[in-house]
Design a protein around this ligand. Structure first.
Ligand SMILES: Cc1cc2nc3c(=O)[nH]c(=O)nc-3n(C[C@H](O)[C@H](O)[C@H](O)COP(=O)(O)OP(=O)(O)OC[C@H]3O[C@@H](n4cnc5c(N)ncnc54)[C@H](O)[C@@H]3O)c2cc1C
Length: 351
């Protein structure tokens, strides 16, 4: 079997990469083992343009937003779903200091931040002592449906094989690469945290990061906003809400922990005035890295091996933009943004 590209992994990176290759009418085969707790399957899908204790705009957010909103709308039309939803984020200030910090940024980030005149708007639903600010626009990506519907389309077109890639069987040849009975010009790794252990990219400065989320059922919480008080709470289905997350650089496995379950149960009991029940608990590991910049491009010394990875906490906003850059690079030799291009690691990748 011949194809131009083998893509390993169909998380949000492999989805966008294969989507843009298909738009260019190029041949590819995706191989994905559909891990239930991959980062893209556990993530909420939130895009929050202004984050952190210092309330700063995230890297490249203006440029990313003007690209990703029409991109997700287009993908949604293709799949027959609402792939992206604009929501404002209601940020309950956890301390008086955080309220001051938020207020201090209002002018500078006026296109995103505002302070509601009605600070009692949510007193029937939430406990909060120091008011709230709003971040708007934020977005929620319908990851669950995007991943499953795109997978179904690829499967029915014979463009996806559902199996665990045995990397030892990937062989480089004069013409490209072979994997079992598949001959391809190039293979692109979109395999999330697994690239950190593969022979081609293990030297990249991955800094894997574990996160957990609780899924609750509740009838009394509005679904048209994302709410935040230490953690994010957002509707993902009717009456079903995602609450997360935490960030651990040291961990022994990718399993949900009792500690997080207790911590979130306490947070919810103190925060929510409406009844709720915990219906699920998930954990995953983010393909994060030391620089907090993506890994995009072809291996500097192995020209038929590429990568789209390193999205860290921001896969939803970074993946479409950099998938398009990678496709333009592969097909038209266009330059990848230097901060994301893996040739910046030529020396360590040559080891
Ligand atoms: C708790 C949590 C919350 C998050 N919330 C958000 C959020 O709200 N917004 C946001 O933008 N980001 C969020 N993230 C980060 C986001 O999930 C990641 O940035 C993104 O999902 C990474 O996508 P990926 O495609 O690189 O990797 P993955 O999603 O891990 O996809 C890799 C794919 O490759 C497959 N695979 C791996 N190895 C093999 C192999 N050997 N053979 C075959 N298939 C293989 C896996 O099954 C998987 O399908 C969150 C992460 C966590 C853990």
């Amino acid at each position: 079997m011949h194809t131009e590209f083998i893509i390993i992994g169909q998380g949000i990176c492999g989805t966008w990469l294969s989507y843009y290759l298909q738009k260019e009418k190029r041949s590819f085969l995706v191989i994905d083992d559909n891990q239930e707790n991959s980062a893209s399957r556990v993530a909420a899908g939130i895009i929050n343009p202004v984050t952190g204790r210092r309330i700063v705009k995230t890297w490249m957010i203006d440029e990313l937003l003007s690209f990703l909103v029409p991109a997700y709308e287009e993908l949604g039309d293709h799949l027959g779903i609402n792939a992206i939803e604009q929501k404002s984020l209601v940020d309950f200030h956890p301390t008086p200091q955080m309220k001051l910090a938020f207020d201090g940024r209002l002018k500078e980030h006026a296109s995103f931040l505002s302070q509601s005149a009605d600070q009692n708007k949510y007193t029937g639903i939430f406990n909060y002592d120091f008011g709230f600010g709003e971040v708007d626009p934020c977005y929620l990506i319908n990851l669950k449906q995007i991943l499953s519907l795109w997978r179904r389309k690829l499967l029915s077109a014979g463009q996806l094989i559902g199996e665990d890639v045995d990397i030892k069987r990937l062989v480089q040849t004069e013409a490209g690469v072979t994997y079992k009975n598949i001959n391809a010009q190039k293979v692109i790794f979109c395999d999330g945290i697994h690239s950190a252990g593969n022979p081609f990219f293990k030297n990249l400065p991955f800094a894997l990061n574990k996160g957990e989320a609780i899924i609750i059922e509740s009838r009394g919480i509005p679904s048209d906003h994302i709410f935040k008080k230490g953690m994010m709470l957002t509707a993902i289905e009717t009456d079903i809400f995602w609450l997360g997350s935490n960030y651990h650089w040291e961990f022994s496995d990718d399993k949900p922990t009792e500690q997080f379950r207790q911590q979130t149960a306490t947070l919810l009991n103190n925060w929510l005035k409406v009844p709720f029940s915990i219906v699920d608990h998930k954990a995953s590991i983010r393909p994060a890295n030391v620089e907090r910049r993506p890994f995009v491009g072809l291996h500097p010394s192995q020209k038929n091996i590429g990568i789209l990875n390193g999205m860290g906490t921001k896969g939803c906003s970074l993946a479409p933009f950099f998938a398009k850059q990678l496709v333009d690079h592969l097909l038209y030799k266009k330059e990848i943004l230097p901060e994301a291009d893996i040739t910046r690691f030529s020396k360590i990748l040559a080891r």
